[in-house]
Design a protein around this ligand. Structure first.
Ligand SMILES: [Zn+2]
Length: 229
């Protein structure tokens, strides 16, 4: 079983849902859009036990929860905190946190034991073997991840259109978290219908959809929902 806690499941300017973030097994954070600390607390997840953060891309709805989460880690010293993401992750997070915490940030970064890692095609972080694939999200670099968790494979896409790379990302996975943004097709996101068709092409994989703009497509998670799959 893999335990997934959805801190947020909404698209960028959803009126109904928080921005996206998922905690896996209480120890891996996938994207960082939601009010991370409050929602972890509500789900009884200890922010100090997060061992790694996987960012799919640098749009605000996937990452703006980081500054306060990282500050918590600075003031509640715990283990090292590797942040993994597309090329440029160090520059982007540094700019974000310097904007948030000014000249105090370098000291906070050190206390939080933050390190930056550009996603490789395959690698290991916090003891977790992963693969990453480049996905198609318009002009924004986006990475999807396949995480190997005690013999089970979790695929996590972030934002993307349906593409051959997305098909490869979810191929053979036990669980896949992919987006179902709106009923309408777009050039940068997966529509509800496209999400259902993707799932139908991979019947052996349990799909959970997120990044919903409004309404509730079949198979979507809800904010603060915890699923064991
Ligand atoms: Zn995006």
């Amino acid at each position: 079983m893999v335990k997934l806690a959805f801190l947020g499941t909404g698209a960028a300017f959803s009126l109904e849902r928080y921005n996206g973030a998922v905690v896996v097994e209480g120890r891996l954070l996938l994207d960082a859009g939601a009010p991370l600390l409050h929602h972890m607390h509500r789900l009884d997840i200890d922010p100090g036990r997060i061992e790694a953060v996987f960012l799919t891309h640098f749009h605000g709805d996937h990452a703006l929860g980081l500054p306060t989460f990282l500050l918590y880690r600075a003031f509640h010293p715990s283990g090292p905190l590797p942040l993994l993401g597309p090329p440029g992750i160090a520059d982007w997070v540094e700019q974000l946190c310097r904007l948030a915490w000014h000249e105090d940030w370098p000291g906070f970064r050190e206390r939080a034991r933050v390190t930056y890692h550009e996603a490789a095609p395959s690698g290991r972080i916090a003891g977790v073997r992963y693969e990453s694939l480049a996905l198609d999200h318009g002009s924004m670099e986006c990475r999807g991840y396949r995480l190997h968790l005690d013999g089970r494979v979790l695929a996590y896409a972030g934002d993307t259109v349906v593409s051959p790379a997305l098909e490869r990302l979810v191929e053979g996975a036990d669980v896949a978290i992919t987006e179902a943004t709106s009923p309408h097709p777009s050039g940068v996101h997966t529509s509800w219908e496209q999400a259902q068709a993707l799932a139908a092409r991979h019947p052996g994989t349990r799909f959970v959809f997120n990044h919903v703009a409004a309404g509730h497509p079949p198979g979507a998670a809800r904010d603060l929902e915890v699923i064991e799959v």
